[in-house]
Write a protein that binds this ligand. Structure first.
Ligand code: PAF
Length: 282
């Protein structure tokens, strides 16, 4: 695997490769098996795979969060080499956002960025859209790989691609879970032993919601799940909602949509965990 730090070098390298399909997996590093599943799918479906590691400052709400974000480039590049990724693009902030470059992108996200995660992390998705757009512009891939775990993120990026008529196919890879059901995330390592022990309740409650589709009233079910998710010591659910998978709007009746997703964010002590499950898709 070749590690490249500059836009110029990456573009030269990809040009040398000629007409080949390129799969692109953007990440912020601290790679786990969930990321590797994205890499593997890209390798299977494309001639070349480019992964990027860039801790994007514009998507963090708090400077302390940005500073605390794990930076594990050496271990990450070993994992990517093992997975047989062709290129790792690991640029500096200056390389991604050179002076004078227009920073904000005007994309009509149809309000997709305002609810759920957007309500709790103002400006976050603007930063994600900005960096993914910039990285796509640099790599010009055939396919872009993103994880289902960040449901709102890939929906917003899908909207950006559609809105700007970008020539890239978005591929969404299912959530990877630990044996007990906890969705894989770079944040999981920060869970204390006691908090980690209870973490499977998130998955259990998403499964419970799936079993209840069309049965219990949505409002009652969501209220029940909120109580259950707040039971373990130090657990505080921020939201548990059932939404339409296209608009991300809350659904009040089971028949209001053909594409229902259960979504949640829960504080487990100091760690904020998010998860989701497709409850119904026609
Ligand atoms: O999901 C992430 O890791 C980031 O939001 C992404 C898509 C790499 C953009 O910085």
């Amino acid at each position: 695997m070749k590690i490249i730090n500059t836009v110029k070098e990456l573009q030269l390298e990809l040009k040398k490769q000629g007409k080949k399909s390129i799969g692109f997996v953007p990440t912020m590093g601290a790679l786990h098996k969930g990321h590797i599943a994205l890499m593997k799918q890209s390798i299977k479906e494309n001639d070349l795979t480019v992964a990027s590691i860039f801790v994007n400052p514009t998507q963090f709400n708090a400077k302390s969060d940005l500073d605390k974000y794990p930076r594990t480039l050496k271990a990450d590049s070993e994992k990517l080499t093992k997975a047989k990724v062709d290129y790792l693009f690991a640029p500096s902030v200056k390389e991604v956002y050179p002076k004078g470059m227009k920073s904000k992108l005007k994309v009509n996200l149809k309000g997709l960025d305002k609810q759920l995660e957007g309500a709790f992390r103002p400006g976050h998705f603007e930063g994600v859209v900005q960096v993914v757009h910039r990285l796509l512009d640099i790599v010009k891939p055939t396919r872009l790989y993103m994880g289902q775990k960040d449901f709102q993120q890939f929906t917003i990026i899908g909207q950006m691609i559609k809105n700007l008529r970008m020539k890239v196919e978005l591929v969404v890879v299912p959530i990877q879970r630990d044996k007990d059901g906890l969705a894989l995330s770079s944040r999981n390592v920060r869970l204390t032993k006691a908090k980690r022990k209870w973490a499977p309740i998130i998955y259990q409650n998403l499964k419970k919601a799936k079993r209840q589709v069309g049965k219990k009233p949505i409002e009652e079910l969501c209220a029940e799940v909120m109580v259950a998710l707040g039971k373990p010591r130090g657990y505080k659910p921020e939201y548990f909602s059932i939404i339409d998978g296209h608009t991300l709007k809350e659904v009040k009746e089971w028949d209001d949509s053909d594409y229902l997703i259960g979504v949640t964010a829960v504080w487990a002590g100091e760690v904020r965990l998010i998860d989701n499950m497709i409850l119904k898709k026609k």
